[in-house]
Design a protein. Structure first.
Length: 174
């Protein structure tokens, strides 16, 4: 259990090193991964059952060739596509926000460096070091947070398109 407290102390010192912007990056990162895990759950647990139900409903129809049947097919595919792509735009927006928050941390860190320079004259290296770390740590954290989600954001978008196409292929006229 001691390792848990050591980990918490390390996280706390890292957050103190980078300033308040790291709390915002942490919140955005938490939201991003919550939505990524929700989408993974949907793709592997919920969607297969919904796809089976849609295919069964389509195959139970006696008319699959008329204009009206084609519109029903389009509606089924469209509804599934919207459900598959839910929250993917939000995930991509959260990925894009992370580096911007890191940049904001850079600016706030540099402002604190300039404050130190204003009060101490030409520059006290020790006093400026805290501001420099507040300028670099959030930048790194924002980039790492964004990179952790880029692969999954792209993969989820591709998976939604692939699943939509697969459903369209399954719902062909008989």
């Amino acid at each position: 259990m001691i390792w848990f407290y050591d980990a918490l102390a390390s996280i706390r010192s890292f957050l103190d090193l980078g300033g308040n912007v790291l709390y915002a990056i942490m919140a955005v990162l938490f939201l991003m991964w919550t939505f990524i895990l929700e989408r993974l759950w949907y793709f592997y647990r919920v969607h297969p059952n919904e796809k089976q139900a849609i295919v069964a409903a389509w195959e139970a129809r006696t008319d699959t060739r008329s204009w009206y049947a084609k519109r029903i097919r389009e509606e089924m595919i469209s509804h599934t596509s919207v459900a598959l792509k839910a929250n993917i735009g939000l995930i991509n927006a959260l990925i894009a926000i992370c580096p911007l928050l890191g940049l904001m941390g850079t600016v706030t860190g540099m402002v604190s460096v300039f404050d130190v320079m204003t009060y101490s004259g030409s520059g006290n290296a020790r006093a400026m070091a805290a501001g420099v770390s507040m300028a670099t740590v959030p930048t790194m954290a924002g980039m790492v947070a964004a990179l952790s989600g880029v692969y999954f954001g792209t993969w989820l978008d591709h998976k939604a398109s692939t699943e939509t196409e697969a459903l369209a292929d399954l719902l062909q006229a008989q």
